[in-house]
Design a protein around this ligand. Structure first.
Ligand SMILES: *Cc1c(COP(=O)(O)O)cnc(C)c1O
Length: 447
């Protein structure tokens, strides 16, 4: 696939070169020239230095939320980037702005918003969430923004940036929000995370919806990580309850640069009510002079945005539609399968135990020890984590949980520390569905 993409890319760049040359003879200014020797030297250096990365592309990498984009995405990105359109304004790149509108229409359809919505791509999930929280503040001035303790850490930070009260909602043992512990009249918007960053947990939208309706509270869904799992909502492979209700929310965030096969620099935000556009009103003296059409820069907090990101995502969606049986569905089903099969292997393992049943594709586990204390589990988890990296046989991540939560789930252990460090694998490569038994064997061999 890499080879194929390289071939297509080089052909595509040639054809673009013809277009570039069609405007008449021109040459780059000599101040921009680099000698061939220098270029080779830099690239030799680069190819060595970049090898100090962990192998994000390979199934042995079962650590954090990281993987390379699909070749179709980087090839399309490189092609568009050679022109470098800016999707701030239509004049900055008419074709890439069109493609952004097309991918947003597909996302809106996918999340159940239909044809009436407002939305655009962003630099990241954090910026997309910031924009959603900003609209939350503008539409419910003076009210706070609520979220659970498992939500992404940037929500609290962004409440600080916006000068909005951040209200933490405690969770109950069954994962439901403890809504009795908060004052609904203080809340303007509640954030519900579908696919938490730590454990990939899906927060109970069905529990929260009736409560928000009763009190006139808005809902923002943070599905930066999980959003693409909506392709599996009716598959029976995941619990589809919350996923099937997404269209009820006022805004939704998803990160194509996480499960959407894109390079970094691609988040997205959608609003159900297009009239929130009124909060963006501003007058930029620099842009908006060529047409009466909607400029995406008019409905975005950010100014410059990479047109190439829209082009890459557009090309990817042509090849991988947002469907259960075709495109993204089968990819996510494989990741889900990897987590389920890892979970069942650990349930029968004598050396590893699952921390919790995975809801998506994030598996958490810990070494089974004779010394049944949280301090010993933490120590052994760190040892295994380091051993895999040292031998280059597997790459995991560490995850801290409160010892009290750990003991509740695993009462045979004793808490002699405040928190316990366990092991975590984000299984976001479809290849890991096949590789998981080997991965578990390799981890066990260090215990
Ligand atoms: C990753 C993530 C974010 C932050 O997104 P970035 O693209 O890393 O800025 C926010 N919320 C959730 C649930 C995430 O998983």
């Amino acid at each position: 696939m890499n080879k194929q993409a390289e071939k297509i890319l080089s052909g595509a760049l040639d054809s673009l070169q013809h277009w570039k040359d069609s405007f008449g003879d021109w040459q780059n200014d000599p101040v921009l020239s680099i000698s061939e020797e220098k270029t080779s030297a830099v690239f030799e250096d680069l190819s060595e230095r970049l090898k100090c990365n962990y192998p994000f592309h390979h199934p042995v990498y079962a650590g954090q939320m990281l993987k390379p984009p699909h070749p179709i995405a980087w090839a399309a990105y490189a092609m568009a980037m050679s022109i470098n359109p800016n999707n701030h304004a239509l004049d900055g790149g008419p074709p890439s702005s069109e493609m952004e509108k097309e991918v947003m229409a597909e996302l809106a359809q996918f999340f159940g918003y239909g044809n009436e919505y407002l939305g655009h791509l962003t630099a990241s999930g954090t910026i997309a969430n910031l924009e959603a929280l900003w609209i939350a503040r503008q539409s419910h001035p003076g009210k706070g923004i609520a979220f659970s303790e498992n939500s992404h850490y940037t929500h609290e930070r962004m409440c600080g940036v916006l000068g909005v009260e951040a209200i933490k909602i405690p969770l109950m043992e069954n994962g439901h929000f403890n809504l009795n512990s908060v004052d609904p009249t203080a809340i303007g918007t509640i954030v519900v995370t579908l696919g938490t960053t730590g454990l990939g947990e899906v927060e109970p939208l069905e529990q929260i919806l009736p409560w928000t309706k009763k009190y006139g509270i808005r809902i923002h869904i943070d599905s930066a990580y999980g959003g693409f799992f909506r392709t599996l909502k009716d598959s029976g492979i995941i619990d589809g309850t919350s996923w099937n209700l997404m269209q009820e929310a006022d805004s939704i965030v998803v990160d194509p640069h996480k499960h959407g096969l894109q390079p970094y620099g691609c988040g997205a935000v959608l609003f159900k009510d297009p009239s929130v556009g009124k909060f963006y009103k501003h007058d930029s003296p620099y842009t908006y002079f060529t047409s009466e059409e909607l400029h995406l820069g008019e409905i975005s907090l950010e100014c410059s945005r990479a047109g190439a990101a829209a082009v890459a995502f557009w090309a990817t969606l042509q090849c991988f539609p947002l469907k259960e049986k075709e495109g993204f569905g089968p990819i996510l089903a494989k990741c889900r399968k990897a987590a389920i099969s890892g979970y069942s292997l650990m349930n029968s393992s004598k050396k590893l135990a699952a921390y919790k049943k995975p809801e998506l594709d994030i598996l958490t586990y810990f070494p089974i020890t004779d010394n049944k204390t949280t301090s010993y589990i933490s120590e052994l988890s760190k040892k295994v984590f380091e051993a895999g990296m040292r031998d280059q046989t597997f790459y995991l991540s560490l995850f801290k949980v409160p010892a009290s939560t750990f003991i509740r789930l695993h009462p045979e252990y004793q808490a002699d520390t405040e928190s316990v460090t366990i092991l975590r694998s984000v299984l976001m490569r479809p290849e890991q569905a096949e590789f998981v038994p080997e991965l578990v064997k390799r981890i066990e061999s260090h215990l």
